[in-house]
Design a protein around this ligand. Structure first.
Ligand code: FMN
Length: 195
C-alpha cells in the first residue's frame, strides 16, 4: 500500500468531483489517499511523507487557481523527487475543435513551465458547464464561451463533459507508477519461512 496526497482547487465543484473520483479509484487499489483543498491546507501537512502526489486545478480566464500555483512552487523539490501527476479541468478540453483542445494543452503547459514542475503524468480533463450555479453575468460569459467550445448554450440546464473512463485510466496509470516506485513491505509469509 502506498500513501498518496491529492491536492486540488475547484471554483464550481467539478475538479472537486474529479479529485474524489480519482481518490476512490486509488483506494480501490488499496492505497491510502489524503485529499486536500489547496486553499484550505492543514498547517501540519508534510508533503515529503507521501509516496506520490497528484494535483488538480481548473481553468478560469485562461489560468489555473493561485492556491495550486503557490502549493506547487512551495513544494517543487518534493514534487520532483516522488511520482507526481497533474490534471487540468477545462471547457476547452471538451471542445470538438482541435484548436481549442490545443489551447487547453497550452494553458496546462504554460502553467507547468511557470511553476517549473515536470509531473510524470498530465491529463487534460473536460469539465462542466454549471449554468445553475452562475450568477447573471457569469452565465452570459459562459454561454459565449460555450458557443465556441461545446455548443451547449441552453442555460436552463447544466452539462457535464468529463469522460470518467479516461479519468479512471489516469488514476490507474498513476497507481501503477507509484507501485513501481514504492518498495513493498516484506510479505509476512516470506518472513516466517526464512526463519
Ligand atoms: C468565469 C469562468 C471562466 C472560465 N474560463 C475558462 C477558460 O478560459 N477556458 C476554459 O477552457 N474553460 C473556462 N471555464 C470553464 C471551466 O474550466 C469549467 O467549467 C470547469 O469545469 C470548472 O471546474 P471547477 O468547477 O472545478 O472550477 C470558465 C468557467 C467560468 C465559470
Amino acid at each position: 500500500m502506498a500513501t498518496i496526497l491529492l491536492v486540488y482547487e475547484s471554483s464550481e465543484g467539478q475538479t472537486a468531483k474529479v479529485a474524489s473520483f480519482v481518490a476512490s479509484e486509488l483506494r480501490d487499489r488499496d492505497h491510502r489517499v489524503d485529499v486536500e483543498r489547496a486553499s484550505d491546507l492543514p498547517s501540519t501537512l508534510d508533503v515529503e511523507r507521501y509516496d506520490g502526489v497528484l494535483i488538480g486545478a481548473s481553468v478560469h480566464a485562461g489560468e489555473h487557481q493561485t492556491p495550486v500555483r503557490r502549493f506547487v512552487t512551495a513544494n517543487r523539490d518534493t514534487l520532483s523527487s516522488a511520482p507526481s501527476g497533474f490534471f487540468s479541468v477545462s471547457l476547452s478540453a471538451a471542445s470538438e475543435d482541435e484548436q481549442s483542445r490545443e489551447a487547453a494543452a497550452e494553458i496546462a503547459e504554460d502553467f507547468l513551465a511557470d511553476v517549473e514542475w515536470e509531473p510524470d503524468q498530465v491529463a487534460l480533463v473536460p469539465g462542466a458547464l454549471k449554468y445553475s450555479k452562475y450568477g447573471f453575468f457569469k452565465r452570459l460569459l459562459l454561454r459565449e464561451i460555450a458557443r465556441r467550445e461545446s455548443g451547449d448554450t441552453d442555460t436552463s440546464q447544466d452539462y457535464e463533459y468529463t469522460d470518467w473512463d479516461s479519468v479512471a485510466e489516469f488514476a490507474d496509470d498513476f497507481a501503477r507508477l507509484v507501485e513501481e516506485a514504492t518498495p513493498m513491505a516484506p510479505d509476512s509469509g516470506d518472513a516466517a519461512s526464512s526463519e
